[in-house]
Design a protein around this ligand. Structure first.
Ligand code: ASP
Ligand code: MG
Length: 406
């Protein structure tokens, strides 16, 4: 008997049969004696379709109105799931983000949860209800609807689990858990039974689309254990939790890739402009995340700057930088044909030579590396986009990640 938060992604609720299947899983958790809160995403590709609709009407829809529109997707899922659970004879209620007390800041389309006021959810649980909360959405102090960025239902689920001090937050998805590499790229990728929060955060941020990185961050801060598993099978999945130092034995846990990035190169920026401060200050103001960064001297008084952004931020980033450029001489280049390949492992901290192994594996395949960044537990290389799958496979082989005894 405990509090369980379950989150179901868009594919898990795409269509009536799947909704009925989810309803059965939810009821099973309730029948086992748990208080159950369910967070759901919009069905299938609903959010994409809503976005298409918006951009058919306007090239630049107001963000507040985008949020009004996008939030409807999740409202369809919560009500349908509540109906399905009702037919199974359980007490159930669906709540929008606002009704569920998901309070956010005012950054429309990228809002952050400030607080979960769980009073209503708790009251409904006490009444014996299964509570269904719309993922991905919240409400500002001035009562405007916000959304939390793509994949934001994960964050709703973790935030609700943290507020309720839930025993577990189960993330149901269309894959069986977290793998050593994307199984569509590496056929013998292996399911990881457990990963640490810090490794999961790197994997999620580096393009393993299985969890929204923000959700992992919140889980780590509040110590919410996550269980990532398939809604289509009973396979055991992956537990994401704090991993003790003694367990950090393997140097590389997984390989991630992100083919949704773009590289920007600024050539010959006058040094007195302080390119790092100026450019990244401007991009930060516009809410654009910058990733790999290299600065180098290009002449006696000029610098080159190379960095990556998400591909869908490229246009906005370029136009922000063009404003800075004014009448100056420096050049701006953009390259969309790049992808990032990263190796991740908490054990890297104590094992020297891991980066060297990765560079050697890539060089042996003739894969050039444009940019490199490292942290204590990851090494990322920017490679040509048409070679990134080969790069993932080469790293996976080099670090023997398909061996079950590693
Ligand atoms: N429906 C939203 C999206 O497609 C949120 C989510 O699925 O988590 O991004
Ligand atoms: Mg998702």
């Amino acid at each position: 008997m405990g509090i369980v938060v379950q989150k179901y992604g868009g594919t898990s609720v795409a269509g009536p049969e799947r909704i009925k299947n989810v309803a059965q899983r939810v009821c099973r958790a309730a029948e086992a004696g748990n208080q159950v809160v369910v967070v759901v995403s919009a069905q299938g590709d609903t959010t994409d379709r809503l976005l298409d609709m918006a951009y058919t009407i306007s090239p630049d829809p107001p963000k507040r109105e985008l949020d009004m529109l996008l939030a409807t997707g999740e409202q369809i899922s919560i009500s349908l799931l509540a109906m399905a659970i009702d037919t199974l004879g359980h007490k159930v209620i669906s709540l929008t983000g606002a009704q569920g007390g998901i309070l956010t800041d005012e950054r429309h389309t990228k809002a952050k949860i400030r607080e979960v006021n769980a009073e209503r959810i708790v009251a409904e649980l006490e009444r014996g209800c299964i509570v269904i909360v719309a993922g991905f959405q919240g409400i500002t102090p001035s009562n405007d609807i916000t959304t939390l960025g793509r994949g934001g239902s994960d964050t709703t689920a973790v935030a609700v689990a943290a507020a309720l001090k839930a025993d577990i937050c189960e993330i149901y998805t269309d894959v069986s858990g977290v793998y050593t590499a994307d199984p569509r790229i590496v056929a013998d990728a292996r399911l990881l039974p457990k990963v640490g929060y810090d490794e999961m955060l790197e994997l999620a941020s580096l393009g393993a689309l299985i969890l929204q990185p923000r959700a992992v961050e919140v889980a780590a801060i509040y110590g919410v254990p996550l269980h990532v598993r398939s809604s289509f099978s009973d396979s055991p999945g992956t537990i994401v939790r704090e991993v003790k130092d003694m367990e950090k034995v393997v140097s590389v846990t997984g390989v991630a890739s992100d083919d949704n990035c773009a590289q920007i190169v600024l050539l010959g920026v006058p040094r007195h402009l302080n390119a790092l401060q100026l450019v990244f200050g401007m991009l930060a103001e516009d809410g654009i995340n910058v990733d790999m960064i290299v600065k180098a001297q290009s002449g006696p008084n000029t610098d080159n700057l190379s960095f990556t952004v998400q591909r869908n931020d490229l246009k906005a980033a370029l136009s922000a930088i063009k404003q800075l450029q004014g009448a100056d001489e420096w050049k701006i280049l953009a390259n969309e044909d790049v992808a990032k390949v990263s190796i991740v492992g908490a054990g890297m901290m104590t094992n020297p030579g891991v980066a060297a192994e990765m560079f050697d594996a890539l060089a042996n395949e003739g894969i050039p590396v444009e940019l490199v960044t490292t942290s204590e537990i990851k090494v990322s290389c920017l490679v040509p986009r048409d070679l990134y799958k080969a790069a993932v496979a080469a790293c996976h082989r080099r670090f023997c990640l398909s061996d079950t005894n590693s």
